[in-house]
Design a protein around this ligand. Sequence first.
Ligand code: GDP
Length: 504
Amino acid sequence: MTNFKDEYKNRITFAIISHPDAGKTTLTEQLLLHGGVIRQAGTVKGRGSNKMASSDWMAIEQQRGISVTSSVLQFDYAGKRINILDTPGHEDFSEDTYRTLMAVDSAVMVIDSAKGIEPQTKKLFEIVSKRHIPVFTFFNKLDRDGRDAFDLVDELEKTLGIQACPMNWPIGSGQVLQGIYDLQHDKLIRYNSTKTIDQSVYDESMEEIVLQKDAGNQFDESKILHGQQTPVFFGSALANFGVEEFLSEYLKYAPAPSYKRTVDHLEIQPDNEQFTAFVFKIQANMNPNHRDRIAFVRIVSGEFHKGMEVTLARNAKKLKLSNVTQFMADERENIETAVPGDIIGLYDTGNFQIGDSIYEGKQTVEFEPLPTFTPELFNRVIAKDVMKQKSYHKGINQLVQEGTIQLFESWHGQEYILGAVGQLQFEVFQFRMANEYNSQIIFETLGKKIARWIRLDELDERMNTSRSMLAKDRLGNPVILFENRFALTWFADKYPNVKLESKM
Ligand code: GDP
């Protein structure tokens, strides 16, 4: 039997961050093909939740009871056990997406080489960059006419504020794609080796490569591991070109599971004997016959054994972990053991909240709270049936606690306002209120707002205007919801001494 201390070192737990359509699904599929999990492309596609409208997504979740297989994929490749955590983009974009990034040790950033850095790439990059975790870049769609490689690398560095280190360099793109040049091993990898090489494209690229070698950033593993430099690869996920080269370099440098900090500023290392873990996501069972939910748990240290007893740090409650699922090779199966870096799914009947820490034994371990994200979209919420106030309030409170959505109230406390980072959060909330709490709700759209917290002693009722709405958060702290940037600037000019915080 292998020891968990050896075993966790072969775990690679990561997420792919990208703007919709950059090729995340296609690349994931290629990785699964390389890992022997699927035999043919097109398996993940069409099933991926970002390929469907959110209503379809929910109908499907409902039919299947629960769908978690696409949230975490685990497979073995070249002696490593790989855990890919899904971060849906598009209309599925939500706080869940952000929180999932708290459970990975590295990220792969996929960029469409015809488009460069797009808004959602930037948003997601900022989240991982705050954690200083390694990011590996894959410029995709090289089989299409793309932008100049220097341009792309330059934009990456400027827009994201990270050093780039090209690992390979494209020789042409689209119709004239000749191949990539592996800068680390000084090797040409042909795209179509049966064609004769286009000498003029080749010569031009070779000049660039010389330039790149001379003036480009030096590969620096330590910088990569601290998130200060990103290795850059070019390729085509669809054509399966450059994918294997990317994968082998990625697996060489991607970090093994790392420590996590506690509220007492201790660093819990993965080889610590004590089993510790935290909940980063809760997915409700959409099947009304089974009220249970799945808590997604990232193991930080020690070894998980099925049936073990743990303590929930928030309330010191003891729990036996017997109903557990893992996400091996696209099939959910019951598991016996798991190690740091692994994600396990715990069937939950309402014990867990997002951010919860669990630990084995007597030594209390409570991890730093997961960050909260400033909501950008707001809706007033009203119960359709005034006779059902009790279930309405219960539903709101539980779903807010679970982290589904953020709750605010108008300053004088007459109405509930919900805040989210993505539209889907509202839809899930409405659906679950109806299904789980038998409470029909109506939304009144407030739309996009800029939320800024202020101090209670600086509050002035006159701040409540049509363009700056005064509200309070769940804990009663005053927050102003600004109509737009102008309203925010106008306010800052008018009240120069009031400090505006984007977070509580
Ligand atoms: P996602 O939204 O990031 O998951 O993107 P998908 O993987 O679904 O890809 C979006 C579209 O781009 C699909 O039509 C893919 O077939 C296409 N695509 C993905 N990778 C490539 C590539 O390397 N080359 C070309 N030409 N198309 C690609």
